[in-house]
Design a protein around this ligand. Sequence first.
Ligand code: FAD
Length: 483
Amino acid sequence: MRRRAVVVGAGIAGLAAAYRLDRLASQRGLDLELIVLESGPRAGGVIESSRRDDCLLELGPDSIITEKPWARALCEEIGLGERIIGTSPNCRQSFVALGNKLHPIPEGFYMMAPSRLTPFVLTRLFSPAGKARMALDLLLPRRTDGADESLGDFVRRRLGREALERAAQPMVGGVYTADPDKLSLRATMPRFLEMERKHRSLIVAMAATRRRAMGSSAGGAAEGSAAGPRYSLFISLDKGLSVLPERLCELLPAGALRTGAMVERIERSEVPGTARWVVQTLGERIEADAVCLATPAHASARIVESVAPELARSLNSIEYASSATVNLVYRRADIAHALDGFGFVVPAVERRTLLACTFSSIKYAGRAPSGKVLIRAFVGGALFPEACEMSDEAMTAGIRKDLGELLGVRAQPSDLLITRWPRSMPQYNVGHLGRVAHIDDEASRLPGLALAGAAFGGVGIPDSVRSGEAAAERLVTSLGRLT
Ligand SMILES: Cc1cc2nc3c(=O)[nH]c(=O)nc-3n(C[C@H](O)[C@H](O)[C@H](O)COP(=O)(O)OP(=O)(O)OC[C@H]3O[C@@H](n4cnc5c(N)ncnc54)[C@H](O)[C@@H]3O)c2cc1C
């Protein structure tokens, strides 16, 4: 009997779910009609690349981390293996902005603590008092109660305020756009909790990890360990990350993807012998045997509200932050800084418009023609919620002031593109794992329904792919039981 599955949301989680549903159904001999409903005019969600003026701009994410293998594995499975590119082999360092100066992140320093002594002692990123406080980590006892703790509390407790303000907050802010005093360490970086549990001192743990990595890599390069720079772990695609959702769309059955289709709600179908769900869009009612909601948690909450109010309440308890990217193209000659790195992060205590900045055409080849530089500024996040509301003029003026002071940029950019991403970054606040367990529990009471996306098991592209694929597995299993 022919069955129908509807995926709501064509971000990377929804597309991964749709692709996997289609593959698994054909492998298991299920006759499945697939429909993907996307409210926007294009697929990809926050993944969007654009070619302008000989430059390749990333308007949303720009990198995939391969330490979490699911996105890379999917690229290879769908024939994009040859199109994967790594970060440039040169200039593999990043900076932290303090005052009007960019300080290189000391070699072997990872997120909040050092694994190497000499670069840490020599860096001017931290004051002598700040370094002395960080060294206290070597003596402090471990915490044993196992309670969830915010990143801010953890770093202040082990390494002191300066380590939080000048390193952990901006570095983590660049990834999670989070408030460190709300961000759950257990849900985002459990490896630091594990380090404390096992070794007591983070510095001892990181040095041990580094030594192990040096021992196991014949050439002695520590890249890829938890204790050092990890630039070789980041990849992109030759024509930008949009190549991934585009290819997934090509592989869907003809006509499966419907853009401009905003789902308002789902209802349970009460008629025995018919499909389990009715998906209501602005203009259509679609019956479905299986539904995957791959929309942001706040959108999924609205969609399930009438059928599962407790699930909707839990989904709504996941907060979201807004952000914006600003791509700027300059003549190389108009930037005084050596641009000998991949970019910089800005501590919130510096009170700048910029949250972080990527030297995109230094980080990846083929992003700008020779003589030009593509810079990607990142603004907003949980600590600067009003940034997304700024006018284009105010945002541009703030960024240009920051770039002038930090990179010595005096000229106007030859091209500039602002992209706003309202309520697009889920916040993994303290208690997140408990909230997700409750959501899973509530969702499991709704047969034929699965949730996917960045809100649950990891915010990046690899985890979003994994959540889409896991949702597809569950739905195909439940469809198999129907036949
Ligand atoms: C600016 C920015 C930079 C980032 N940088 C990186 C990075 O470099 N590396 C990395 O790994 N991750 C990065 N991330 C995170 C990562 O890109 C996202 O978490 C991931 O792409 C989310 O995918 P998703 O499918 O869960 O959600 P989304 O991409 O948000 O997709 C959800 C889709 O659902 C649609 N939708 C919503 N409501 C409805 C409805 N009612 N009906 C139908 N459709 C609906 C939306 O239009 C959207 O297309 C970044 C995120 C942002 C915002």
